[in-house]
Design a protein around this ligand. Structure first.
Ligand code: NAP
Length: 269
């Protein structure tokens, strides 16, 4: 039996175990997917232990994605993004970043053409991965971030990208084709400010496709505003699904059972 898992802190509410185990069930793969919550300074020992115990692969989430890059052999994309979210322990441990392809495959699933102009809001971990993913597809990428200097720093790394403050959003969106929210704005349950959005509703229009990386809640204020403006909308569970699909394919070398994984994810999100 192969053991896969997720390393993060906290990982208690992760949706990855049911999503991956649904894939194992669907394809009759003899494997389990478990969560691990090491303390912040213990990732090196956690990886060494995983390798020694024969763990086949690990997903990596907050706060370990940057540190993981230093502990494994990253592929070219993970090295450019500066973060690893998937480790393959078969042979020399290698690091990959499937958040980038998670976003591009989520958009492609909704028949969104990946050419033209994209606006990425946010320059944290998700913003970095998504900006590289869209640029590598051939889109011109404008990055807008609350802390404008972080947008400029990221834009300097991403081919042909530009960096901006959030105040530039109305101008940037006027002739944009794709908008991806990679900030945590809109995240939360109940009264925890779930009606917030990082993008003024008036800047949205019907020629846009809008992906919100936030998946809790699934229907964010940004997506409600985008729907009202006539835009195509893609919720954050699609991105979560496709980063998991990419990890499954990398680990097993098999096409992932996307429908089964999606069903398991949506039953719990
Ligand atoms: P992160 O590295 O902490 O970055 C957070 C980003 O949000 C930064 O750009 C930050 O701007 C911005 N931000 C935070 N509060 C803000 C506010 N009040 N107004 C405007 N901007 C604000 O986090 P992350 O890992 O990139 O994750 C961001 C979101 O993406 C989270 O909701 C996460 O759950 C989601 N995510 C989803 C997936 C998926 O598969 N669906 C994958 C990865 C992440 P500053 O630079 O100015 O602080």
């Amino acid at each position: 039996m192969d053991v896969f898992g997720l390393v993060g802190n906290p990982v208690g509410h992760s949706l990855s175990p049911p999503m991956h185990e649904a894939a194992y069930d669907a394809l009759d793969v003899n494997a389990r997917y478990v969560t691990f919550e090491p303390s912040e300074g213990a990732l090196d020992r956690a990886f060494a232990g995983s390798e020694a115990l024969g763990i086949a692969g690990l997903n990596v989430t907050i706060p370990f994605k940057q540190r993981a890059l230093e502990l494994v052999e990253p592929d070219a994309l993970a090295a450019r993004i500066g973060a690893v979210n998937t480790v393959d322990f078969s042979g020399t441990p290698t690091g990959h970043n499937t958040d980038a392809v998670g976003a591009t495959r989520a958009l492609a699933h909704h028949d969104v053409p990946l050419d033209g102009r994209a606006v990425v809001v946010g320059a944290g971990g998700a913003g970095r991965a998504v900006s590289f993913g869209l640029a590598d597809e051939g889109m011109s990428v404008a990055i807008a971030n609350r802390t404008e200097s972080r947008a400029h720093d990221l834009a300097a790394d991403v081919p042909e990208a530009t960096g901006h403050g959030l105040d530039a959003l109305p101008d940037l969106l006027a002739d944009a084709d794709v908008l991806v929210n990679c900030t945590s704005v809109g995240m939360g349950e109940g009264d925890e400010r779930p009606n917030e959005t990082p993008v003024p509703a008036a800047a949205l229009h019907g020629d846009l496709a809008v992906l919100d990386a936030v998946y809790s809640p699934l229907d964010t204020q940004l997506l409600r505003d985008a729907r009202a403006a006539g835009a195509t909308t893609v919720d954050g569970a699609w991105m979560l699904l496709y980063q998991g699909v990419a990890a499954f394919e990398l680990w097993t070398g098999r096409d992932a059972p996307v429908d089964a994984m999606n069903e398991a994810l949506r039953a719990r999100v």
